[in-house]
Design a protein around this ligand. Structure first.
Ligand SMILES: C[S@@+](CC[C@H](N)C(=O)[O-])C[C@H]1O[C@@H](n2cnc3c(N)ncnc32)[C@H](O)[C@@H]1O
Length: 320
């Protein structure tokens, strides 16, 4: 059996994996912002003054990011989860994904200008999925429907959150630990709804490799990507389904998670999805909802949605 890492070795190992990621994705974030600003300035035929609150927003975000990093390390040191493996792929894959991301930026910017969010709601797709799903969320190319969109997604999210996306996702692990603690993981069940490319499930399996887990998403392309990404794990089932009608009996799960999905659902759909989660949870099971704070969620983020702060809601389902 390998000896546990000393605290110093743990911190060095943590820093050596996380700091290069943060630098890499923050660098791309600033490059993307610089390019976008240049385009906008050219269009406005002159320099636009920066919003006066920019420095304040950055200060607050940096403080939140530092707090999240500290929390991530504290969770690792407390043994809540092991030293994480981000599984970003080989250097070639990482470079290739960044290239995909930057090549797509002009199309995203062009869509942003004309508020083009409805390209995928075309005659081909209409009726195959709910209308709210057939959007170019955040002006992404291909909506949730294409392989290219799935291949670009993780770089997009990490750049938007300046390398913090996986760190944010990992903050949903402690409330799961609280409900799984003391139980045989092979007898528990977890479903991640709107699992996307499967990054969160990867961290779940790093803690509970023998846990039977389901990843569910309405996008075939994203589920296909998740299957590739998660093939190192057993006891994991990835299915294409609508979270509004979970294909599972009542009282059949110990934990239901949903990461970064809720803000994309219309309010009435959100209610249905949360109702479905409550239905499939066993009494005493846990629903964990995580999302990033959005535009206007608190005064300082108004006018800026690149916030890394998160909200986590963790609810215990009781028998009625
Ligand atoms: C912003 S992504 C979040 C993906 C992932 N949870 C993560 O951590 O990055 C939102 C995901 O929700 C999925 N989705 C949206 N509406 C859905 C629905 N009604 N049922 C299932 N999945 C849905 C999308 O296909 C997409 O993969």
């Amino acid at each position: 059996m390998s000896r546990p890492l000393s605290r110093l070795a743990m911190r060095i190992a943590y820093a050596s994996t996380q700091l290069p990621r943060l630098t890499w994705y923050s660098g791309q974030f600033h490059l993307m912002r610089g390019l976008a600003e240049r385009v906008r300035q050219r269009e406005a035929q002159g320099a636009r003054p920066k919003p006066p609150s920019e420095a304040g927003i950055n200060q607050l975000l940096n403080a939140d990011k530092a707090a999240l990093l500290k929390q991530d390390l504290a969770n690792i040191e407390a043994g809540i989860y092991p030293l994480p493996r981000d599984h970003d792929g080989s250097l070639l894959t990482v470079l290739d994904r960044s290239l995909l991301f930057f090549r797509d930026l002009p199309a995203v910017e062009e869509r942003r200008k004309r508020n083009g969010t409805r390209e995928v709601l075309n005659a081909n797709n209409r009726g195959r999925r709910p209308d709210y799903f057939l959007q170019n969320f955040h002006f992404q190319t291909g909506g949730w429907l294409t392989k290219e969109s799935a291949d670009r997604y993780d770089t997009q999210v990490e750049v938007l959150f300046q390398g913090m996306a996986n760190i944010m996702r990992r903050q949903a692990l402690p409330p799961i630990r609280a409900v799984f603690s003391g139980h045989d993981q092979r007898k528990l069940r977890l479903v991640d709804i709107g699992c996307g490319t499967g990054r969160f499930l990867d961290f779940v399996k790093q803690v509970w490799p023998r846990l039977p887990a389901i990843g569910l998403d309405l996008s075939e392309a994203y589920i296909r990507h998740a299957k590739g990404h998660l093939k190192r794990w057993s006891r994991i089932n990835l299915i294409v389904a609508n979270a509004e009608a979970l294909p599972a009996p009542d009282n059949s799960f110990d934990a239901v998670t949903s990461i970064f999905m809720l803000h994309e659902l219309p309010p009435e759909v959100r209610r249905t999805v949360i109702g479905e989660a409550a239905r499939v949870l066993r009494p005493g099971g846990r629903l964990i909802l995580m999302d990033s704070l959005q535009l206007g969620t608190r005064p300082i983020t108004t006018g800026c949605c690149r916030a890394s702060p998160i909200f986590i809601m963790s609810l215990i389902i009781r028998a009625t």
